[in-house]
Write a protein that binds this ligand. Structure first.
Ligand SMILES: *Cc1c(COP(=O)(O)O)cnc(C)c1O
Length: 355
């Protein structure tokens, strides 16, 4: 029986996407060949790549606004370096909301001057800093819109004329936001978009070609744009499966509908955390993520007992990251509300057993 999958990433995908992707491995659209044995220069794959990038621009509402969507390998982690390589001339501002931001800052420092303008480190990153000013002479400001490990999420974005760029790995396509506020955003596919192996980058083309350094072609956004993400062989399976998921997003009613569902799902779980004396939420209430819900037991000595309940109920991937401890329920787009209802039932069962 298929498990209820709360994994933080790689993570749950819609079952119909898994089914269609498996079929394409055997044979793509009745062409007599597998998806993974055709040339990436074939008309079939070129059309897959074009449709994927078009759908990204359409879903994010960025048509006719000068944006390009590209697919790159190397994970969101390579983007920590690439963003700085392509955009940092003198100085960049970063907001530090935990592990991923820390890594982004570390890479950017290799390239130029980094101003960490705000941090929530003082409280083990359980909130989003709100009190800061953005230096007007910064080349850009970098944020992480959702903090996968700590379970915090920006509900509004820095209001600034400085170029805003964001790591959206764990909440891309989860809500309807004004994507045109961002000059560049990126997301590793394996949280809310597809399988591991590809990263989506969406860029306003006018912000490129401004730095004076020479950029190696595999690190240069311009070369990916010019070649339609095919300057070398793209990860064909990951791109195709991401496309299937983009089609799924549209078939469900787009970001507005997914946002509504995600909000309902998150509220159901947070309500139980707040109501049930056996549990405590980790993130500050106003910054709670609708994608990664972090919580702990009030009596940690009972963790084996709680673990047994949810494991016996066919739930998987609930253990928290080691830097927070406790539990993390990742409740991405494709996780059905039934999985959350079951988790809430387990939490109620636990309360009954140990009160
Ligand atoms: C998972 C994650 C990353 C790292 O992604 P890779 O694709 O493994 O490099 C970066 N940022 C955020 C917010 C993440 O959740």
């Amino acid at each position: 029986m298929k498990k209820h999958n709360f994994s933080a990433g790689p993570s749950v995908l819609p079952q119909e996407v898994i089914n269609q992707a498996s079929k394409a491995i055997i044979e793509l659209d009745n062409i007599g060949l597998s998806l993974i044995e055709i040339s990436h220069r074939s008309k079939e794959f070129i059309s897959i790549m074009e449709e994927a990038t078009e759908r990204v621009i359409k879903i994010t509402g960025l048509e006719n606004k000068g944006y390009k969507a590209i697919f790159i390998q190397g994970g969101a982690s390579l983007q920590f370096l690439m963003t700085a390589y392509n955009l940092l001339e003198k100085k960049a501002a970063y907001i530090n909301t935990g592990t991923w931001a820390v890594k982004a800052i570390k890479e950017a420092k290799i390239i130029g001057e980094v101003n960490e303008i705000a941090s929530s480190k003082d409280k083990n990153f359980n909130y989003i800093p709100k009190d800061y000013s953005v230096p007007q002479d910064a080349d850009y400001i970098h944020i992480t819109t959702n903090n996968t490990i700590f379970g915090t999420q920006y509900k509004s974005f820095p209001n600034t004329t400085v170029s805003l760029i964001a790591d959206m790995s764990s909440d891309i396509f989860s809500r309807k936001i004004d994507y045109s506020k961002f000059d560049l955003f990126y997301a590793g596919a394996q949280k809310n978009m597809g399988p591991a192996g590809v990263t989506l980058v969406v860029i306003k083309e006018s912000v490129l070609s401004k730095v004076s350094r020479e950029i190696p072609s595999m690190l240069n956004y311009n070369s990916y744009i010019k070649a339609g993400s095919m300057s070398n062989t793209p990860p064909v399976f990951a791109v195709y499966t991401a496309l299937l998921n983009l089609r799924w997003i549209e078939s469900q009613g787009g970001l507005e509908e997914l946002e509504k569902r995600n909000k309902n799902k998150a509220e159901l779980l947070y309500n139980e955390i707040d109501k049930n004396p056996c549990f405590e939420g980790f993130a500050a209430k106003e910054d709670r993520s609708h994608m990664n819900v972090t919580f702990t037991l009030t009596d940690k000595s009972l963790s084996d007992d709680f673990n047994k309940i949810w494991e016996d109920n066919n739930i998987s991937g609930l253990k928290g990251h080691r830097s927070v401890g406790g539990y993390r329920a990742s409740i991405y787009n494709a996780l059905p509300i039934e999985s959350i209802e079951l988790l809430v039932k387990c939490m109620k069962q636990f309360e009954k057993n140990f009160k």
